[in-house]
Design a protein around this ligand. Sequence first.
Ligand code: BES
Ligand code: MN
Ligand code: ZN
Length: 502
Amino acid sequence: MSTELRIRNESAATAEADAVVVGLIPAGSDGNGPTLAPGAEEVDAAFGGKLAEEFALAGASGKADEVVRLPSRGAVAAPVVVGVGLGKPDADGKPEPEQVRRASGAAARALAGTGTAVSTLGRIDLPAAAEGSSLGAYTFTAYKGSNGNGSGAKNPVERVDLLTTADDGEETLRRCAAVADAVRTARDLINTPPNDLYPETFAARARELGEAAGLEVEVLDDAALAEGGYGGVLGVGSGSSRKPRLVRLRWSGGDAPRAKVALVGKGITFDTGGISIKPAANMDHMTSDMSGAAAVIATTVLAAQLGLPVAVTATVPMAENMPSDTAYRPGDVLRMYGGKTVEVLNTDAEGRLILADAIVRAGEDDPDYLIETSTLTGAQMVALGTRTAGIMGSDEFRDRVARHAQATGEGGWPMPLPDHLRPDLDSRIADIANVTGHRFGGMLAAGVFLREFVPENLPWAHIDVAGPAFNSGGPWGYTGKGGTGVPVRTIFAVLSDIAENG
Ligand code: BES
Ligand code: MN
Ligand code: ZN
């Protein structure tokens, strides 16, 4: 069930709703309780100018992710005033978009089980409040109870009305709701368990989503992959009875596309490690090893829905990495799409193998830019933690992508591709090996491997989202447990930037 978003231009004190949301900001060094964020003026007046004091008495501090409820006892039309912490603003005193997004998300989570809410955060930053509300309200209940919600789990808040005086509010809302829906779609795909989402069914979902948005869709099955010489996808997929696929989705970019962008996403529907099998602990996390694929599928669909003037082609390899008597082995040499050979020294470094095929295929379309994203290495989390993607590639474009990753709040940091790591991938018998003989710079080594398959002089970026794609901790801001949909908003922001600036 999805939460409806609307915009409204009226007083927060008289608006009919089950709850009214106001923002709280931590006090400076002079006080203990929070101060009210802009937008809460009418509610404060209805409380005789003492709303901040009331929240302080109720224990509110205004810190991020804090939600405190006050009964309104008739002071305003809504029976409850929900105070949500924005955290400390910058020196200029204005909350950042990401603070509004997270606070709106925290409020939406806390409002589960509520009918309608009116949010004054729309007055601070309408797009941020819209995105945060929709994403924070997200739940995945398809497997709860017998009919989707027999578990006693609360339903998401039914409707959030964002207060705003913006003239272009409807247009802003339409765009933000579409972006949030793309993230929600990616989350749904990631959260679908691997016994139901495997290459064949994943490809079918991609086809459905693509055709509904008017995309050109092409699905290569295992026979077509063999015919085409996709040795990476076939090798990785060979251990599973669930045969691999390669999906291609194409959005034309409309009448006058500004540029041509290739997207590639890792679609390992479950990663056991294969013969180089992973330890059992937390292996269930590997249901999210298709997060890159989910993100590029959802973003391509979004580009079409919003008529973005950029031609986008997604190339999405899908395979299940399993050990069996038909599985590929350490020591195998795979002949990749395009002819390069790879010695497999570790079957758990499978992502780069399916991606190499896909990157070479994507390069044949002669794109202006290539963006690839994947849950590629545990080393990403060692280097940057669970909330900051590692972004590699050609210097300029990498930095451009990283700027958008930061602006969207998804998070990402530019990382190098040191040339000196390349000889560590030298193979005794093939053109390249899939792993180095050491664990240093593991995220970068994977990027250096991928670079071998990127056409010369093509601006490209590799976004390693091993940590950010899946939240195995508690909910925070607009991010619940499970699939996060990162980096849908980053890629979409880059596409929008290219649409505007080339
Ligand atoms: N899918 C994993 C990476 C991963 C690990 C993503 C944890 C999210 C959470 C990837 O296929 C993998 O297994 N990588 C290996 C590479 C190694 C064998 C060089 C790794 O990181 O251990
Ligand atoms: Mn692996
Ligand atoms: Zn993997």
